[in-house]
Ligand binder design. Structure first.
Ligand code: ARG
Ligand code: ZN
Length: 874
């Protein structure tokens, strides 16, 4: 059954206070809940029945204002507890029994390596007790946790610990009180044998906040980076958004089994271990950066999400889009802004554009859904962040800050909509964002077709920009959107030209943000002496596709001259895409564009260039991105064409690569600065390229680096290079050594799995099956499933798209297997198959057949049902 935004109704009953008591045992947990309920004065549904959501609960008793109800007074419908008649205001006490130890869905209360923990967003609280499980019901929570003291010395929930003591039989309790009203999706509980790491943060108003991290004892040495990231996030949010932390304690817990990355529960953030634990020896640079960003993201939710929350789940991007925008600003400030922008845009263009062009396309504010878990998407998160970024660019930083201040002040303690957010921005700035709101309503990636002409006689350069938004499921004939389009024009020596929109304009800027609002516009730039090279959509000022007939000449020119670092990188990507595309299906002896080699030589050798940018520019466009750009894609052919270019570059630049490797060898201590990260990235790229051509010196360097590395980036860089080479013996030796060294560390073993599963050398199907049989593999742990099954289907594209269809069969089988135990993870794994229409018929027909096989499975979960049915429809 589908849920529609248009059918939203305010809750009939409000809950002011929740009193919870958890009795935790090995064979289950008893949950005592007392709700202070009153009729909602804003609800027109007078004398409505009280309906509480529930899922997988065993009801033990119900009492109203202290009087036990008999079975005739209520109805237990399984997914709802309904009491037909209740007073205006009352206390309802419910006791339920649940079995966290058997909860494999990892929603609600469950056990992960011996500890109890919770995940309630979006609708997990109903797996704990009966409750109006919707974000617009906000209550104050008081939570008492009782458990065996020896096994569970640490007992945590939201807010402040207000009471604790001993109980009979070796048990103990702690009581927590959260003074801030919150929706139940922000509730959290943790019980376990954890070590505590403490720090403090003094806020801008001089309050000292107790910072605590809780991890399993073996991870005690992996907390520093997250703690430092947290402190940086706290002061950044004060400085940039004027947001101070509000409780006296802020806690972070790491758990191994977790469906997503992390969760912003009030005062008690819970993280997937892989998104919070790091040490030089076990985490790569990418992991360090991801952890910093996720710690910041969850922390920033305290304001954008918790203090101001969502009215309903259609508004999910209200908190997620805004918070992703905030964490990306933060990461840009902590490192290289250009590199951060490149990373965000790469994800957006590779994966979000694909989603927007596929059967699951939906607006940033969806109009309907079946299973909300399926809507924690790249569109809600990344496109949602781009929409907020566009508002930021249209208003400018000062007005945007005024708008966010107004938003937080006006809606503090409320559950609101994306429209309320936009209205606050309008009211603070005086700008009309009526048309801009279409970004929230219309799905699909706008396409801009750009053409130009130069009138030498008049000295006028004309730019025509036409927009159109492709049809998406349920939406056609879309209206033009309001698109900020940043551009510059370069003269023949690379000099930026003044952009005069009027003939005699004085002091014209060299970069402008044009605002597109119509289906098509023509802009005239005056006083231009020669045909310029346009630098379009600078810093990716809007999440759109730009078509312009760039010549390779122009792209090479932009690669070395564009003052916008992002567009420099983008020109390089467009050139590489063009070269690779022209080789797909071409005869074996077709030449590789020589100017690509020249430009890469320049990048590798000129150490005066920004090395962080160079490290990014040397990455060829991924296979996934090339597939996204293709029609009737042939993944193995794309893979071969890309490999050809890679090998050609490596052979042509062999000596330069060795020199680059040596020049970038580490001197001194390990640091995580943008410069040091760029150095490691450059030398590992050089290594990877050398091994792609089976270079003997490269092999020696890789083996030496693998053995002597003092950090995981280099160890993994060497391992990956060996795994992707033809040196089978070295590969197997390195994999075995690595495993023996890190077998006790699940986060490292996940990387060990995925480096194999993502490799076309080490990740063919028989090898994948062997990984699934490996003692370290665990079907119950989502990270392990992602690192083998997810990496195979998502990154090892030539193996997954084996023309014999075996990759698709394999994925269908694993989805069906997981559907019973963890439907959220199963539904996510289906994603690669949902793209079936993108591929050439010999592939797409088999992909479709695999989807049909999943569709026909008995007792398919709602999660997988929605994805599979939408993919097959239309
Ligand atoms: N709100 C979390 C975050 O973005 C994500 C939690 C999603 N959980 C889920 N079961 N869908 O930080
Ligand atoms: Zn979030």
């Amino acid at each position: 059954q589908t849920i529609y935004l248009s059918e939203y109704q305010v809750p009939a009953y409000l809950v002011d206070h929740v009193d919870l008591r958890f009795e935790l045992f090995e064979e289950g947990a008893r949950v005592h809940s007392t709700l202070s309920v009153r009729r909602n004065p804003d609800s027109r549904a007078a004398s409505a029945p009280l309906e509480l959501d529930g899922d997988s609960l065993r009801l033990e008793s119900v009492a109203l204002d202290g009087a036990e109800l008999s079975a005739a007074d209520y109805e237990d419908r399984g997914d709802q507890l309904v009491i037909a008649s209740v007073p205006e205001q009352f206390e309802l006490s419910v006791v339920t029994w649940i079995e966290p130890q058997n909860n494999t869905r990892l929603e609600g209360l469950y056990k992960s390596s011996g500890m109890f923990c919770t995940q309630c967003e979006a609708e997990g609280f109903r797996c704990i007790t009966f409750f109006p499980d919707r974000p617009d019901v906000m209550a104050r929570f008081r939570t008492r946790i009782e458990a065996d003291k020896a096994s569970y010395p640490v007992l945590l929930s939201n807010g402040n610990d207000v009471d604790r003591g001993e109980l009979e039989g070796g048990r103990h309790f702690v009581t927590w009180e959260d003074p801030f009203p919150k929706p139940c999706y922000l509730f959290a509980l943790v019980a376990g044998d954890l070590v505590e790491k403490r720090d403090t943060f003094r806020t801008c108003s001089g309050r000292d906040i107790d910072l605590r991290m809780y991890v399993e004892p073996r991870n005690a040495e992996k907390c520093d980076h997250a703690m430092d990231s947290l402190k940086r996030s706290m002061s950044w949010d004060e400085e940039v958004y004027g947001r101070e932390y509000d409780l006296d304690i802020f806690m972070i817990v790491a758990v191994d089994d977790f469906n997503m990355g992390a969760m912003e529960n009030k005062g008690l953030n819970i993280f997937n271990s892989s998104c919070v634990l790091a040490s030089q020896d076990t985490a790569t640079d990418a992991a360090f950066q991801r952890i910093e960003a996720i710690v910041a993201h969850e922390y920033f939710h305290n304001w954008s999400g918790n203090r101001v929350t969502c009215r309903d789940w259609f508004q999910l991007s209200l908190k997620e889009g805004f918070t992703v925008f905030r964490d990306s600003q933060f990461s840009a400030d902590m490192g290289s802004p250009t590199v951060k922008r490149i990373e965000d845009v790469t994800l957006l263009r590779t994966a979000q554009f694909a989603e927007d062009a596929g059967p699951m396309a939906h607006p940033v504010r969806p109009a309907s859904y079946m299973e909300i878990s399926n809507f924690y998407t790249l569109t809600i998160y990344e496109k949602g962040a781009e929409v907020v970024r566009m508002i930021h660019n249209l208003l400018g930083p000062e007005m945007f800050r005024k708008g966010s201040d107004l938003y937080f002040e006006r809606h503090d303690g409320q559950a609101v909509t994306t429209d309320d957010f936009v209205r606050a921005m309008e009211d603070a700035s005086g700008r009309d964002l009526t048309q801009f709101r279409l970004w929230y309503e219309q799905a699909g990636t706008p396409v801009l077709n750009v053409s130009d002409e130069f009138d030498a006689e008049q000295g006028v350069y004309r730019l025509n920009i036409a927009q159109h938004i492709p049809d998406t499921p349920g939406q056609s004939n879309k209206k033009p959107q309001h698109i900020p389009f940043a551009l510059g024009l370069l003269g023949s020596r690379g000099e930026p030209l003044p952009l005069k929109l009027e003939a005699g304009e004085e002091n014209a800027p060299a970069e402008r943000v044009l605002e597109l609002t119509e289906a098509s516009h023509t802009f005239e730039f005056h006083g231009i002496g020669e045909r310029p090279v346009p630098s379009l959509l600078r810093h990716f000022s809007a999440p759109v596709r730009v078509n312009y007939p760039w010549s390779r000449e122009q792209l090479l020119f932009l690669m070395s001259h564009d003052p916008d670092g992002f567009n420099r990188w983008d020109a390089g990507q467009r050139l590489a895409v063009d070269v690779i595309q022209s080789l797909v299906g071409a005869p074996k002896d077709a030449a590789v564009e020589p100017r690509l080699v020249t430009s890469y030589r320049h990048l590798i050798c000129d150490s005066s260039l920004d090395q962080a940018l160079v490290a990014k520019m040397l990455q060829l466009p991924s296979e996934a991105y090339l597939i996204e750009l293709a029609d009737n894609a042939d993944a193995p052919a794309i893979h071969r064409a890309r490999e050809r270019v890679l090998k050609h570059l490596a052979i042509s630049l062999r000596d330069e690569l060795v020199a680059c490797y040596r020049r970038n060898l580490e001197s001194g201590d390990y640091e995580i600065t943008p410069e040091a990260i760029a150095r490691r990235s450059l030398r590992n790229t050089a290594l990877a390229w050398l091994l792609v051509i089976n270079d003997e010196e490269g092999r020696e360097l890789a083996v030496r680096q693998f053995r002597s590395a003092d950090n995981m980036t280099d160890r993994m860089g060497a391992l990956r290079a060996l795994v992707n080479s033809d040196y089978e013996e070295d590969r197997n030796l390195a994999l075995e050594e690595f495993y023996q060294q890190f077998r006790e560390d699940p986060q490292v073993i996940e990387q060990w799995f995925s480096v194999q599963a993502a490799s076309d050398r080490a990740g063919q199907l028989p090898q994948i099956h062997a990984l699934l049989e490996h003692p370290a593999f665990d079907w119950k742990n989502p990270n392990k499933v992602r690192s083998v099954v997810g990496a195979f289907a998502g990154q090892n594209l030539s193996a997954f798209h084996n023309p014999d269809g075996s990759g698709y069969d394999f994925l269908a089988e694993q989805v069906c297997r997981l559907d019973d135990s963890n439907p959220q993870i199963a539904a996510r794994l289906v994603t690669p198959l949902t793209r079936w229409r993108k591929f050439a018929p010999e592939y797409s027909e088999q992909m479709k057949a695999a989807l049909e096989r999943i569709r026909d499975k008995d007792g398919l979960s709602r999660d997988v049902y929605e994805v599979v049915h939408k993919s097959l429809a239309g």
